[in-house]
Ligand binder design. Structure first.
Ligand code: SAM
Length: 259
């Protein structure tokens, strides 16, 4: 998959890509990421990319000229038809389902705004979709763009050491993830749930699913309700959902067990 990011801070994006799973995916050629800086397309000596808002008020707005030129240049490097996505607090919520859809694409353009945002005519003429990473405002679209890149990378075949990691991640089966433990067996007086030491994989799977369901019921009850109505849920997941006690009751009961 090829991704292009239009940003006033290319070094911020490139720096963050040097770590962890994304960096490994880049090294293996599963992903490539380019950047395009609108400042390259300015014509004045100061390299001006922003201006005061028409109608007055605080803050600055990203000028349309340099931004659209950068979007077109970056888009030309991508496979034809690659969507142009503006990261925006006002966009459609970015979810795991949306990440799965986008991860199927050969190319994706991400546009990071700054200041009060971009001139509306940029969105009208050069953007196909707007995505929000949550109901809060950050100072620029770079961190949201990196969030999208990271979430997509986890879904690219071969990006994770074990493909099951992303299959079991929160939201993938319509549930939150179950709790995880590693050595030591006792940490500051807290033990590991005994079933995880039993070696009985069927019991472990049942326990984990029950934990995932209880956790989802307690923390995101709406997700569980949505799952109940779905026809194509795995049989053991459906059973765990049916067996779930009322929201909150017994959730996370093994967490913090003292030995
Ligand atoms: N005035 C804008 C508003 O209220 O919607 C916020 C502008 S914000 C300070 C600057 C840039 O950060 C935006 O153009 C956008 O690219 C990015 N941004 C801020 N919050 C975001 C969010 N929740 N999701 C995606 N991008 C966001």
């Amino acid at each position: 998959m090829r991704i292009e990011v239009v940003t006033l801070f290319p070094a911020m994006v490139e720096g963050a890509l040097r770590y962890g799973i994304v960096s490994r995916a880049l090294a293996r050629g599963l992903l490539s990421v380019g950047t395009e800086d609108p400042r390259t397309y300015t014509t004045d000596v100061h390299g001006t990319v922003d201006d005061r808002p028409y109608g007055g008020g605080p803050g600055m707005v990203m000028k349309p000229g340099p931004l659209v030129a950068a979007i077109r240049a970056a888009h030309a490097r991508l496979p034809q038809g690659s969507p142009r996505v503006y990261l925006s607090a006002q966009g459609e919520p970015f979810t795991q389902a949306r990440a799965r859809e986008l991860a199927q694409l050969p190319g994706l353009l991400l546009v990071a705004g700054r200041y009060e945002g971009v001139d509306e005519r940029v969105i009208e003429s050069a953007i196909d979709a707007e995505l929000s990473v949550g109901d809060y405002v950050v100072s620029g679209g770079e961190l949201p763009a990196l969030t999208v890149i990271d979430a997509l990378t986890r879904l690219l075949p071969g990006a994770l050491g074990d493909e099951r990691s992303s299959e079991e991640d929160s939201f993938t089966q319509g549930l939150l993830d179950w709790p995880h433990y590693t050595r030591p067996e006792v940490f500051e007086g807290r033990g590991v749930p005994p079933v995880l030491l039993s070696g009985n994989h069927a019991d472990i799977r049942r326990w984990r699913l029950a934990q995932a369901v209880e956790r989802t019921a307690a923390r995101r009850p709406g997700m569980l309700e949505a799952l109940r109505g779905q026809p194509d849920v795995a049989r053991d997941v459906a059973r765990a959902v049916d067996e779930c006690r009322p929201a909150g009751a017994g959730a996370d009961e093994d967490r913090g067990r003292k030995t």
